[in-house]
Ligand binder design. Structure first.
Ligand SMILES: [Zn+2]
Length: 207
């Protein structure tokens, strides 16, 4: 049996939105990232926030990035990136769901992801098994079975049937991982030797 090995890099497509008790709306509302930092220098002390805005009324909420830090402890290049709303830096903080959740209490995760597929070994036309290595960049509420179904063009019941016939293995968590959010470092292996649409599944896996 020849195996097609593919690496998937999964990234959330939409930054998580903190759920804030908005005093203007009088309700709990998701706040979206404005992609702008606010840098406040007071003498030697610097505070930096990433600004979020209520989807209902545009009210702002500050996500603390640096608190009362000494200006000399911050690299000039870093400070310049913050002052210029460097998009890569914005993205790093905006997708840090754990820190955001620490500050806001609750966040609303979107299940939308982008998947980059890199073929590691094998050819879709000459393989009868698929080995996927999953790397998750950030966090997502997207379930593994929904990810696999969407990307491979299979129904979730078919994935379940493959599992029932022991054609599907998931390391390190086993089949129970199918109904849980995608985790970084999962390895999925599917034996497709008896599947009539083996080729179609394998090409979907690396396309
Ligand atoms: Zn509001």
């Amino acid at each position: 049996m020849s195996t097609l090995r593919v690496h998937w890099t999964i990234a959330p497509a939409i930054a998580p939105r903190p759920l804030i008790n908005c005093n203007r709306c009088g309700d709990i509302k998701p706040y979206r990232c404005s992609k702008k930092f606010r840098v406040n220098a007071n003498g030697k002390r610097i505070d930096v926030w990433l600004i979020y805005r209520c989807v209902g009324c545009d009210n702002s909420w500050n996500f603390t990035i640096l608190e009362r830090r000494n200006r000399h402890d911050i690299e000039p290049a870093r400070l310049a990136a913050l002052e210029n709303n460097d998009p890569a830096l914005v993205r790093r903080f905006a997708f840090d769901a754990a820190s955001l959740c620490n500050r806001a209490g609750r966040v609303e995760d979107s299940p939308d992801v982008t998947v980059r597929k890199d073929l590691l070994d094998g050819e879709p036309g000459h393989a009868d098994a698929l080995a996927l290595e999953l790397r998750l960049d950030g966090t997502t509420p997207l379930r593994l079975d929904r990810l696999l179904a969407g990307e491979l063009g299979l129904s979730r019941s078919r994935l379940q049937a493959l599992d029932d016939r022991r054609r599907l293995t998931i390391e390190p968590d086993g089949a129970k991982a199918l109904r849980k959010p995608v985790r970084d470092g999962l390895a999925v292996r599917i034996d497709l030797a008896k599947e009539a649409d083996c080729r179609a599944i394998l090409s979907a896996a690396c396309r």
